[in-house]
Write a protein that binds this ligand. Sequence first.
Ligand code: FAD
Length: 550
Amino acid sequence: MPFFQDPPRLANQFDDDPLLPSWLARHIPEAQHGEVATELHALGDVAVEYYAKQLADRLNEPVLTQWDAWGNRIDQIEVSPLWHEAQVLAARHGMVAAGYEARLGVHARTHQFAIVHVLGPSLDVYSCPLAMTDGAARTLVSSGNKSLIDRYVSLLTSRDPGAMWTSGQWMTERTGGSDVSQSETIAKRDGDQWRLYGTKWFTSATTSNMALTLARPEGNAEGSRGLALFLVELRDGAGRLRNIQVNRLKDKLGTRKVPTAELTLDGTPATLVGSPSDGVRAITPMLSITRTWNSICAVSGMRRALALARDYARRRRAFGALLADKPLHADTLAMLEAEYAGAFCLAFRAVQLLGILEHGHDESAERLARALVPIAKLTTGKQAVAVASEAIEACGGAGYVEDTGLPRLLADAQVLPIWEGTTNVLSLDTLRALGKGGALEAITAEVESCCAAATDPGLAEPAAAARNALRHATSWVQEAMPHAERVEAGARRFAMTLGRSLELALLSAHAQWCIDHGQGPRLAAAARRFAQSGVDQIADMSLDDTKLLV
Ligand SMILES: Cc1cc2nc3c(=O)[nH]c(=O)nc-3n(C[C@H](O)[C@H](O)[C@H](O)COP(=O)(O)OP(=O)(O)OC[C@H]3O[C@@H](n4cnc5c(N)ncnc54)[C@H](O)[C@@H]3O)c2cc1C
C-alpha cells in the first residue's frame, strides 16, 4: 500500500487553544461567562465546517462584469459563494452587532472580538468589510450627526442577514494612502446635496452598501485640513451604481476573495457627515476600529496557522518519529506559540480598552489607548507574517502548494502590515501619540502593573525583560527626541520595543492569573520563551551608514 500523507485537520476552534477560554474566564463576569463560552464552543465547530468549505471554494474569486450583452455599463461584481454565506453568518452571529449590544456592557467588545477570533479565519477575509462596517458605525456615532446615525447605524449593526448593511472606506488615491493630504477628489455642491468627482485607487469590499470617503469641497484649502468626510450610498433603488464606475479589480498577492477595486466617481451623490473640512480628523474613529480589527485578525490568523502546523506535526513522520516528537521541530513550534500568546494579549487588551472608552469617560484608558492601538496594529501585523511563514515551512513542501490551502495563510497575512497604516507610518503615529503627553507614562504604568502582578518565581525573568526593554526604549526616546532625524529613523525599533514589552508584560500577568486559577503553567512557559526572542530592539544605527546604503 503506497503512502499518502494525512492533511492537517482542525479541531473545535474554541476548545483547541486554551488562551481565549482563559482570557474570557478572567475578563467576562461570571454571570455571563458560561453563556459566552457555550456560544463560542458552538462557533468553534462552525469554524471547522467553514474551513472545509473554504478549501472547496479556493478557486472562486470575485468577478467584475463591466458591460451587459446590450452594451450597457453595469459594473457588477460577483463575489465567491463562501462570501455570500459569510455575510449571513456575520450578521447572525453578531460579528459587528455584538460590539454594540448592551447585554455585556463594557465587555461587549471582548465578546464581539472573541467571535471574530474563532470564526474569522474560516471566512476568507470577510473580516475586511466587517471591520470597515464597524468603523463606519463608530465614526457616525462619534460624528453626532443625528439624521445619519438614525438612518444608518442600526443597519450597520443589525443581526438580520437580510437587513444588515456593510460599509467601505475610501481614502487611498493614486497620490497616496499613507499621506492623503494630496487627495484629488473634489466635492461640488448640487442644491441640497454634494457630488463627488475623482478616482479612488484602493476600495475594498466594493460590494458594500455604503462608504465613508474623503473629498475636498470646491474652494477649500490644499492639504489634509481642506478635506471633508462624506457618506456615499453606492446604489440607487434599482441596484444601479450611482455615478460610480468600477475601473478594474486589483490582481493581488493575497486577500484574493476580497473585491478590491479602482473607482471613478463622476458626480456621485454624497452626504456631508460633519463640517465641510477636517475630514481626516472626522474619520479617525474608523481608523481606531479597523486597526483593532487588524490586530485581532493578525492574532486569529496566527492561531489558524499554528492549529494546522501543530496538527500536521502530529501526523507527519520523519527520521523515525512524529515531527511533534523531534526536539528541534517542537522548539520551532514553541517559539511560534509564544509569539502568538504575546500578540493575543496585546490585541485583546486593545479590545478591552475600546470597550472601556465606549462606556464612559476614562482619561487614563484614553491616554493608554492613544498609543497602544497603533502599537498593537504594527507589532501584531509583523508577527502574523513571520508566524504564517514559519507555519507553512513547518508543513514542508505541502505548505508551498496552493491546493493544500496553506500558502493562503502567508499571502493573506502579508496585507496586515500594509493596509490601515503601514509599519513605518504607525511607528511615526506612535511618536505623535506620545508627543501629546501622558501616553508613554500610561504605557509605563501598564507594563509596571502587569509585571508587579506576575509574582510567580517562574515569571521573574520575563517580567524583568519587559521592564528593562521598556526602560531602555524610554531613555532612548528621551535622549534622541531633540534630534529629529535620529528619532524618526529609530521610530520603528522604538515602537516595536514598546509593542513587545507590552506583549510580554500582559502575557506575564495573564500567565499569573492562569497559575492562580488552576489553568496550568502553559502561559508562563510562553512568557519565558517570549522573553528569549528579542524584546528590546533599540539600537542607534548610524545615519551616515544609512545614507551609504540607500
Ligand atoms: C488589499 C488592499 C486593500 C486595500 N483596501 C483599501 C480600502 O478599502 N480603502 C483605502 O482607503 N485604502 C485601501 N488600501 C490601501 C492601503 O491603505 C494603502 O496601500 C496603504 O495605506 C499605503 O499607502 P500607499 O500604497 O500609498 O503607500 P505609500 O504611502 O506610498 O508607502 C510606501 C512605503 O513608504 C513608507 N512610508 C510612507 N511614508 C513614510 C514616512 N513618512 N516615513 C517612513 N516611511 C514611510 C510606507 O511605510 C511604505 O512602506 C488597500 C490596500 C491593499 C493592499
